[in-house]
Design a protein around this ligand. Structure first.
Ligand code: BGC
Length: 460
């Protein structure tokens, strides 16, 4: 409360941090759109290019492979060249990728441009959270960083809707090409936005950092925040990038970052996001109902992310994760059981659907936003890009593994067992979070960093 009052005293220009976060979050919109658009588009690409299952899979997974590469290189590059610079490069890649994919004359070209789009998506996942987090005032940092995830969910929903709109025309080029519009807005918007004050201080450009901070903070706030960043930076010293990331006091946080990133995928979110229509259809619902239910999942995903934004800075990251995992555990159990009894009665289809809705709601209020909020928070300034990048790379790697193994596993051990394995993953994830993940709510990035350093140094 007191914090909220203090922030409203800090003047109207505080609004600019929302502009900064919203423009950067367009990177999330493209992430969601480009990953969400392909399942629907594939139906019609298939008609034009005569795909076999291998090529079909490759069109989907080329983006995931590109995202791994993008995440791996962009984070480290951003520690050296700046968050804003690399987001600008990613925006240009998004724009070229969208046009190229939409105009592709053959499968090879399409796969190439999907890979290129992946580079953009991976870079956005590694950079946008750090960019927003480093620009945000502490008391609203969680909400602002969650805008990235909100944009992802909106991107997925818009992709479902655009696909539906073009479906009767059998069109796939427009849905793929339309991503050019947000890419261009991101490119132009980022051009006018400043570099983050924290990255500037890490390069000893304190005067520029002061100028950036003073656009959104009172004079008093600027000086105290600058002092805090400078102090943490002095304690950190010259070491940067991978070397800093592997320093004994940072290594536990690398484990936390990679663990969170991998569990976010291993609880099975993209089996639902990518295969929702297939799963729903297999419950026995009619085609139209399946399409509507898929859109319903997209809507619940957006709405529950908004709920997370409203509460994340009040109830904290860890409680939100644990509550969400409990919901995911229960719903995956229900979905598995419903598949076991499917065919016995029409009601079972609706039970599956209710399970899917509870699952998506639980993910959207917790693991969806909290992962991207926490990644930049747990790494020290000099290794933030690199650490977030390595974690994002693990997220895309885990995504790839789950996406590739879901259908073969279903064929091998059946749907109920697959969903129960995912439920088991929720328990392992909850234990990992409960015992190893620190709470970061309400502390400045520098305070989190210095506290962790103290804890690790005392512990060693
Ligand atoms: C995950 C994506 C997922 C999306 C669903 C993101 O946080 O990283 O893999 O598709 O949430 O909303």
């Amino acid at each position: 409360m007191a914090q909220a009052a203090a922030s409203s005293r800090s003047g109207g220009n505080r609004r600019f941090v929302y502009v900064v976060a919203s423009v950067a979050a367009l990177g999330g919109l493209l992430f969601g759109y480009d990953t969400g658009v392909i399942s629907g588009a594939l139906l019609f690409i298939n008609k034009d290019f005569q795909l076999n299952p291998f090529l079909e899979g490759f069109i989907v997974s080329s983006l995931l492979l590109g995202a791994m590469v993008g995440a791996a290189i962009s984070g480290a590059l951003s520690d050296r060249l700046g968050r804003r610079t690399i987001i600008l490069v990613a925006a240009a890649i998004f724009a070229v990728g969208a046009i190229g994919a939409g105009l592709s004359p053959n499968v090879g070209t399409l796969i190439f441009f999907r890979f290129l789009l992946g580079l953009g998506v991976g870079s956005a996942s590694a950079l946008v959270p750090s960019y927003i987090s480093e620009s945000a005032p502490t008391d609203v940092r969680g909400s602002l960083s969650s805008l990235f995830q909100l944009a992802i969910t909106i991107g997925i929903l818009v992709a479902y809707l655009v696909n539906a709109a073009f479906a009767s025309a059998g069109e796939w080029r427009w849905p793929l090409g339309l991503a050019f519009v947000p890419a261009l807005i991101l490119l132009i918007g980022m051009y006018f936005l400043p570099e983050t004050p924290r990255w500037l201080v890490s390069k000893d450009r304190d005067e520029e950092a002061r100028r950036v901070l003073s656009r959104t903070r009172t004079e008093e706030e600027v000086e105290s925040e600058l002092k805090e960043i400078r102090h943490a930076e002095d304690v950190e010293g010259e070491q940067a990038g991978y070397r800093e990331l592997l320093a004994p006091w940072v290594r536990p946080m690398l484990v936390v970052g990679i663990g969170l990133a991998v569990f976010q995928q291993f609880v099975g979110i993209n089996t639902v996001i990518y295969y929702a229509p297939t799963i729903i259809k297999s419950t026995g619902l009619a085609d139209v109902a399946s399409v509507l239910a898929t859109v319903g999942i997209g809507v619940v995903n957006v709405l529950m992310t908004i709920v997370a934004i409203l509460v994340i800075d009040r109830i904290g990251r860890k409680p939100l994760l644990l509550i969400g995992l409990a919901g995911m555990f229960v719903s995956l159990g229900i979905i598995g059981a419903a598949f076991l009894f499917s065919g016995l009665s029409g009601i079972i289809s609706w039970v599956t659907l209710a399970g899917l809705m509870l699952y998506i709601a639980s993910f959207a209020v917790s693991f969806g936003p909290v992962l991207w909020v926490m990644l930049p928070e747990i790494f020290p300034l000099n290794a933030r890009g690199t650490g977030t990048g390595v974690s994002a790379l693990s997220n895309w790697g885990a995504n790839f593994i789950v996406a590739q193994s879901f259908l073969p596993l279903v064929a091998l051990i059946g749907r109920p067992a697959v969903f129960w394995i995912l439920a088991g993953m929720c328990i392992v994830a909850a234990l990992f979070i409960y015992f190893l993940v620190p709470e970061t709510r309400g502390r400045s990035l520098e305070k989190i960093e210095l506290d962790l350093r103290d804890r690790m140094t005392v512990g060693s």
